[in-house]
Design a binder for this molecule. Sequence first.
Ligand SMILES: [Zn+2]
Length: 465
Amino acid sequence: MTLARLVGVIVGAIAPALAAAQSAPTDSAAALGHLRTLIRMNTVNPPGNEIAVATYLDSVLTAAGIKTWRFTPAPGRAALVARITGTGARKPIVLMGHMDVVGVHREQWVADPFAAELRGDTLYGRGAIDDKGMLVANLMAMLRLKREGDAGAVLQRDVIFIANSDEEAGGEFGMGWLIANHPDLIRGEFALNEGGRTRIIAGGRRYVALQGAEKVSHVVTVTARGPDGHASIPLDGNAIVRLGRALAAIGTHREPTVLTPTTTRFFGDLASSWPDRRVGRAMADVSSGVADRIAAGATVLRATPVFDAVLRNGISPTIVGGGIRSNVIPASATATLNVRTLPGESVDAVVERLRRTVNDSLVRIEVTSRGEESPAMPASGALFDAVRSAARAIDPAIIVVPYLSTGATDSARLRVWGMQAYGLLPFPLAQDDEDRMHGNNERLPLASLTFGVRFIYEIAARAAR
Ligand SMILES: [Zn+2]
């Protein structure tokens, strides 16, 4: 073969791949640019200061000819709504994301969390996966739907874009404010929010966990009492030691296994295709409805904390406090527990079980903050179908399963309000990357950004047309 012919063969082989990829990289490059800009705007909540992000998104949407509404729920805070109108034959779909992020332990990051640094093919930064990445994917979907609309494509539904504040601190200045003040502007048939997962599992296979229910977060305080005095004379019943004993007991307590309809389908739908046969059998067991099999399956799934956490109420000690000086024995010591109950489970019943486990009259355990429960969404319907069809258009092997999340989201407010809300994280992530959400070195592989930008567009287009 001559050199010229060899070159011709090589070019011939790669040209179709380049052509197929052409439209995606343009959007990907733009999405990366927007995401880096958003990460560089520090919106750690408190105080939030989301207004800079809202102003930026507003300018991009407005420049594309999309109508927007910008509000100021409080100084420095913002809510941005944008809308592309369809024929109105069906009710709107809402694409939503929050602009605030959680704080960082800077010294534990390998990169500046607010520099949006690229290391190889991975973007580092607070908010990359929670939730500025999804905000950008939603933005890109809006821009593409607008372009296609201008070229003649017709939408049956309006598509509403919401960028809200304050999700990480309760939502009083975010979705709570929008629902209270502009309900007509944001009401649709259903919303697509954060809260689900696109997971990469063994062998590079992927599944989409579409969140339709979530655990409820409560705060429980444990207070131990004891005699106070000078530390030079050790005393029996020291409150700190008593608290330590109580926490040790709480640490060994496990709540009973409870299968909700969502979790039963989650494991049942994943079981047959799970790459690890032993885990696949355990999934089939916990979804069998047979008590012995559920117990056996739950024991196997315990090795995977994200699976164990959806099978029972969760109890995590998060803060300890007690004492003021190194030479004074304090009269009390406290610990804070974050308790997450499954839908339909009572936090008071959890506390009662903890009291029996601790079994100490000088240790008080009480609920100091209660979460509100929201209804579970059906694992069927137009949005569910759109997500399934969109996922398969990108990867025919992908499975979409209903999912109960351990984390709380703004979707709970919408569900209580009477709107359907589903949670997604459109970026395929391995467990190690998923675990960085709210943690150190949050990052997003660029291939996952590309996937996510296309995924949200495909869902919105299918649901709205
Ligand atoms: Zn979030």
